[in-house]
Design a protein around this ligand. Sequence first.
Ligand code: FAD
Length: 317
Amino acid sequence: MKVTQHIAEAKDTIISFEILPPAKGKSIESIFGLLDPLMEFKPKFVNVTYHRAEQVYKKRADGSFERVEIRKRPGTVGICAAIMNKYKVEAIPHLICGGFSKEETENALIDLHYLGIKNVLALRGDAAANEKFFTPHPNGHRYAEDLVGQILALNKGHYLEDDIMDGVKTDFCIGVAGYPEKHFESPNADTDIYYLKRKLDLGADYVTTQMFFNNQHYYNYLQRCESHGVNVPIIPGLKPLTGKRQLTVIPSTFNVEVPVELCNEMLKARTDADGDKVGEEWLLMQCRDLLARKVPVLHFYTLGKPHIVYNVLKKLF
Ligand code: FAD
């Protein structure tokens, strides 16, 4: 079932999670170990991130170096299939532009369609680790809106090879990313929404936001979106902040603010367990406030500390 259908049919706020594929060489059991307890809260969908390949230098036996491409977390599509099979919930693969030609994207979409996957999150992806700015694949897409366009074309049965007549129509529900504190490359918050709106006007169905630790950013974003004529569901993305190290890592990685009260509490933490407790209390407070505003979905980034998400949900439901 499509995300938009789940939202339309739900009487109350629904729950969803985002997970990362395991690092290459690790077992899928680590994913099941993470998701098994969270299934108690009957999530309607589970997002699975996509990780682009990185260029690394490997030392040869003769001491010289060669540049090789490795993907540290492969398996997004396989994990989606495994989740759907094991838990009977929707799995949403993330699709990115970075590193992909249009043909590779089309083939991935064909695979997803064969697997019965109904939802995708269409993203640009970040610049490669060795690049300052995002560079598209020579035969790929520069912006998420171009990827949305390709998915919509396939939904109409239009394949890249124009000699395919009467091509099977896919039926993907398309989510896109939104940034309550604006995307770091956007010159200002309104221009950011201008480009968000372009993705939606093309035909994307809903928005999932970047994490935020101050709900006011999300509420302001809803207002700005509304004033630009955005009328699709905007799903809040939530992550527990855990530990002092994240006070610097999270803002620099995700370009989001950590409120001063949360910072102060975290700085008082003496142990990892204290840090987890601070993150848990803050997330609980955010969720209570969001539930009071009747948000359509609480979407949790489980990375790192799924037990905190579990504890929060246990207190809420
Ligand atoms: P876009 O919508 O293309 O926007 C990128 C920038 O370009 C923005 O500043 C925008 O304002 C601007 N822009 C957009 N269109 C145009 C245009 N036509 N002309 C000029 N400027 C334009 N990354 C991963 O690699 N894998 C993941 O699995 C992943 N999952 C994510 C999930 C969520 C919910 C979120 C919020 C982000 C995720 N990301 C992921 C990160 C995301 O790929 C990055 O934030 C990336 O830098 C931007 O992606 P986007 O889809 O928002 O890009």
